[in-house]
Design a protein around this ligand. Structure first.
Ligand SMILES: [Zn+2]
Ligand SMILES: [Zn+2]
Ligand SMILES: [Zn+2]
Ligand SMILES: [Zn+2]
Ligand SMILES: [Zn+2]
Ligand SMILES: [Zn+2]
Length: 245
């Protein structure tokens, strides 16, 4: 029986960095050399100096919401992120299909997620309540728990930061473990827990706390001395002699 200690570090805590768009934000982001998406407007052909409009090809390809990924109607907007471009309304969350607009998004591999869907899909979930762990989770047997969800199997008190012992892969607080599983003292009937290195005496199939291992008649300690069993009692040799006289 060994006491476990819970690791308070989550091994895989999620770190979300969101990207935002919007004029003001873009200006600041460019100055700081941040990773952002840029929203701009298709110019009428006459005003289009560069080949940007002609070369436009919406990243959704055949799934383009306008039905033609090369369509670039003057006055509508496009979104650029890294090397790819989208129609403004094609730049949407891969899960809920909501247009990102000027909201935050999270790029993952080739996909774009809104913050809500990203969290739903990739966040770490507590093995007990199945809800997302945003901060301060704990790991037990390599599985993530909310601190408040990691409780004693028997009494439900939180075990985060406590000493606990596990049995059959289930955690118990020290008190419950003792009550439920430990050897019991023949004299006082309280559990003999191994936690804290409690010393105890065993004789045949009976056990005693060191302090409880005393002569039934004169109450002196029998630890380290000879003793005689008398039905359910243990007595010292002197008391045994007196009894026989
Ligand atoms: Zn499109
Ligand atoms: Zn979404
Ligand atoms: Zn939980
Ligand atoms: Zn308990
Ligand atoms: Zn005892
Ligand atoms: Zn005695």
């Amino acid at each position: 029986m060994a006491a476990d200690l819970l690791s308070s570090k989550m091994e895989s805590s999620m770190h979300i960095t969101t990207k935002t768009v919007g004029d003001d934000r873009i200006r600041r982001a460019k100055e700081n050399d941040e990773d952002i998406a840029v929203l701009s407007t298709f110019l009428p052909e006459a005003l289009d100096d560069a080949k940007s409009t002609r070369n436009f090809d919406c990243a959704l390809g055949y799934r383009c919401l306008l039905g033609d990924s090369r369509k670039a109607p003057a006055g509508t907007k496009k979104m650029e992120y890294k090397t790819r471009q989208w129609h403004e309304k094609c730049f949407c969350c891969v899960v809920c299909k909501t247009a990102i607009g000027t909201k935050s998004f999270i790029p993952r591999e080739q996909e774009i997620y809104c913050a809500t869907c990203y969290e739903e899909k990739f966040a770490t979930r507590c093995v007990k309540c199945n809800k997302i762990i945003t901060s301060g989770g704990v790991t037990y047997k390599n599985e993530p728990w909310h601190r408040e969800c990691f409780t004693c199997t028997n009494c439900n008190t939180s075990l985060a930061g406590q000493r606990f012992t596990s049995r059959d892969e289930k955690p118990y607080c020290a008190d419950c473990f003792g009550e439920l599983f430990a050897k019991r003292c023949t004299a006082c009937v309280k559990p003999i827990t191994g936690i804290g290195g409690t010393r105890f005496i065993s004789f045949e199939d009976r056990h005693w706390h060191n302090d409880c291992f005393i002569c039934a008649s004169c109450k002196t300690s029998l630890v380290g001395r000879g003793f005689i069993t008398d039905a359910d009692d243990i007595i010292c040799p002197e008391c045994a002699k007196q009894k026989l006289m």
